[in-house]
Design a protein around this ligand. Structure first.
Ligand code: C2E
Ligand code: CA
Ligand code: CA
Ligand code: CA
Length: 280
């Protein structure tokens, strides 16, 4: 190796190259994986406080290639966005979620789940066909629009003028819209007025501060206050402890999600919880 400075450059290049080639490998593999049925969805309960009964679920995608690994969506969703494959993958996700929702509502009753949420990324919001994809999946499976929640991020809505138009068209369909990771993106409180959302998902980073100093708790408290005045639901994300759950309830939160209640589960795990719910 040459000088220290040269070393650093070489090492940086090597890891960048590695990352780029990993991305290229993922990109090539994603399309094949979709055809090969290597994706599946898990569903994490969104519960009512304080008792923890299931109010809804959020679908979360997993990729399990034949070698037995599970690849995190944090690793492949960005690649699927860059390559545009997210549009096709997204349509598969929406259809699969609607098929599953129809099954739960049939088995456990139309009121068994208030909402079934699906994540939609920035690139999908730029696709003018998205509202049609959603409408036809709902119709195909006979799911009422008001049972579906579409989770979008502030950053995605800011991505372009068309994103907001798509969001308005989705809202016209009668589906619910939730602002995900609230407070972590290019946030603007003004967005709450222009974007027709029904719910705010308060990011884990603010939930982590509960039980801490007034400064650490301030955002989770303030966001709930704003949401309440605007007639929006709040869901606290990433609740990991009983103490956080108790504090959220004290602060007026009615819905929460996190490992303290349940991790993302296979569909059958949700069936089991809904059976339990119905016996309460
Ligand atoms: P997200 O939408 O904010 O989803 C919440 C993430 O937090 C999930 O990670 C979930 O497993 C995790 N989580 C839930 N409870 C807890 C907790 O108590 N503690 C901690 N530390 N984590 C918790 P996951 O499943 O790895 O998904 C990561 C991100 O990937 C999601 O963040 C979302 O942005 C994206 N994603 C997942 N599924 C989809 C999908 O179907 N479509 C799109 N477009 N994006 C998806
Ligand atoms: Ca989400
Ligand atoms: Ca989130
Ligand atoms: Ca997140």
């Amino acid at each position: 190796a040459a000088s220290g400075a040269g070393d650093r450059v070489v090492r940086y290049d090597a890891s960048l190259e590695q990352r780029l080639s990993q991305r290229a490998t993922i990109a090539a593999d994603l399309r094949r994986a979709l055809g090969a049925g290597e994706f599946h969805l898990l569903y994490q309960p969104i519960v009512r406080l304080p008792h923890g009964t299931v109010a809804g679920v959020e679908s979360l995608i997993r990729w399990t290639p034949a070698d037995g690994r599970t690849v995190s969506p944090a690793d492949f969703i960005p690649v699927a966005e860059d390559t545009g494959l997210i549009v096709e993958l997204g349509a598969w996700i929406i259809d699969t979620v609607c098929a599953q929702a129809a099954q739960w509502l049939r088995r456990h009753g139309q009121d068994a789940l208030r909402s079934i949420a699906v994540n939609v990324s920035a690139r999908q919001l730029l696709d003018p066909n998205l509202p049609e994809v959603v409408a036809s999946a709902l119709a195909r499976h006979g799911v009422p629009a008001n049972r579906l929640t579409i989770e979008i991020t502030e950053t995605a809505v800011f991505a372009g003028g068309r994103a907001l138009t798509t969001v308005q068209a989705l809202s016209q369909l009668g589906v619910n819209l939730a602002l995900d990771d609230f407070g972590t993106g290019h946030s603007s409180l003004g967005l709450l007025r222009t974007c027709p959302v029904n719910a705010i998902k308060v990011d884990k980073s603010f939930v982590d501060g509960l039980g801490g100093t007034p400064q650490q708790e301030a955002i989770a408290i303030a966001v709930h206050g704003i949401a309440e005045r605007m007639g929006l639901y709040t869901v606290a994300e990433g609740v990991e402890t009983a103490a956080q759950a108790r504090r959220l309830h004290e602060l007026g939160y009615r819905h929460a999600q996190g490992f303290h209640f349940a991790p993302p589960l296979p569909a059958a795990g949700i069936d089991a919880l809904l059976e339990e719910n119905s016996r309460l």
